[in-house]
Design a protein around this ligand. Structure first.
Ligand code: ZN
Length: 402
């Protein structure tokens, strides 16, 4: 006991006698790591106040931009982080969290120079996390669902277990006595890195459970089948997920599925739908910057009747929206345009195209939600939730037409 106390005591006396700052740096070593759910980084080298690092692509075909790391022991220092493999920074710079990933803010473009950004660590910040956007892990989902534990209109079930033994959640929402005449399927994180879509889904679920006319109507007439984290292993392991080899979860809807969650969706959803599925939406985020990616839009499939319905729903969303993110139907991407061609899918099939073939479906599409900038509006957890609420407003109108 005496010994353990004596060393820090001597050290602190030495510190007060000599320069304070080298001591402080020695006291807590700079540590950069990704050893937590969703973490992803490779540190190339530390060079004074410069950190060289890059995103871990793992089994990704080609390049992608997901990364998420924490820094400890940098109190009071200003560090510059240099990405060494391409530029994975979005248009509002990195997202930063001072509370171990609980809350996030965009650091902003002024902190960015090319593929580098700098950050002045507050004197008391023992741990700071940085990410390409606002992470959404299993923990976030569990915290969110805990708020509705006693709600009779939301049931948490298990869809399946992943290859790594994790449970994939299946949420049933709305009218749960089997009598709902209209059914809605929602999926999210077929591409594990596309985290901002998860906040839209939270807003949507909240709105269905809210004490509003729309909420009440939907809880009386509609049952939802929701898989919030389709690539659960990718989300928790911090994979890119997008363009995973040999193909990713959203290309696994043809032939025999290789991913347990996709296989389970293909088995259970049609059975549950029982011919009453009217609306199927798969929620994604596009690339994190650039033309056509800084917006919110629906992606079309080859079925023209379905695309017409997507147009109809788009107009309803456009005319009823109240949230801080503004959706515009002119940004929708029809099949055959931009990246949305047969060549993108090859002989594979995405969820939305598979769902479009289920009996009775009117609307089947992919929603793309920009990571950081949606036509000039800031995408955050909060603003993304407002889009979820807007989707519910439009959905009620759309389904009530029937
Ligand atoms: Zn995607």
């Amino acid at each position: 006991m005496h010994c353990r106390l004596a060393i820090p005591l001597l050290l602190s006396i030495w510190c007060s006698l000599y320069a304070a700052s080298p001591c402080r740096a020695d006291a807590e070593k700079l540590q950069i790591d990704a050893g937590f759910p969703g973490g992803n980084i490779v540190v190339d080298k530390l060079d004074g106040d410069n950190v060289h690092l890059h995103q871990d692509l793992r089994d990704t075909a080609g390049d992608w931009f997901y990364w998420y790391f924490r820094v400890r022991g940098a109190q009071g220092r200003t560090l510059t982080f240099h990405f060494t493999k391409g530029n994975p920074l979005g248009v509002r710079g990195p997202a930063v969290s001072l509370d171990e990933g609980k809350t996030w803010k965009w650091l902003g473009a002024p902190a960015v120079r090319g593929s580098s950004f700098h950050f002045a660590f507050p004197a008391d910040a023992r741990e700071v996390r940085f990410c390409v956007a606002f992470p959404y892990q299993e923990r976030n989902l569990k915290d969110f669902l805990a708020r509705f534990e006693k709600n009779l209109h939301l049931k948490v079930e298990t869809l399946c277990k992943t290859a790594k033994g994790r449970e994939v959640e299946l949420l049933r929402l709305g009218r749960l006595d089997g009598q709902a005449k209209q059914r809605v399927a929602l999926t999210c994180r077929h591409h594990s890195c596309e985290m901002m879509a998860s906040y839209v889904l939270e807003g949507l679920i909240e709105a269905v459970l809210a004490d509003t006319d729309d909420g009440k109507w939907l809880r009386e007439h509609v049952e939802f089948f929701i898989v919030p984290l389709v690539d659960k292993d990718g989300v928790e392991d911090g994979d890119q997920g997008k363009n995973r080899k040999p193909y990713d979860h959203n290309r696994d809807y043809a032939g025999d599925s290789i991913y347990a969650s996709v296989k389970a969706i293909r088995e259970r959803l049609p059975q549950w739908a029982d011919g009453k599925l009217r609306f199927a939406m798969d929620m994604h985020c596009p690339a994190n910057r650039g033309n056509g990616h800084e917006t919110i839009y629906f992606v079309g499939g080859p079925n023209e009747a379905i695309w017409k319905e997507v147009g109809k729903f788009s107009k309803l969303l456009e005319t009823t929206q109240q949230g801080s993110l503004v959706y515009s139907s002119k940004n929708n991407l029809p099949f055959g345009q931009g990246w949305n061609t047969q060549a993108t899918y090859g002989n594979r099939k995405a969820f939305s195209r598979w769902a479009a073939e289920l009996p009775g479906v009117r609307f089947a599409s992919t929603l793309e939600v920009a990571y950081a900038n949606a036509d000039g509006k800031v995408v955050t957890d909060e603003s993304a939730r407002t889009l979820g609420r807007d989707l519910v407003r439009a959905l009620r109108k759309y389904l009530a037409e029937e």
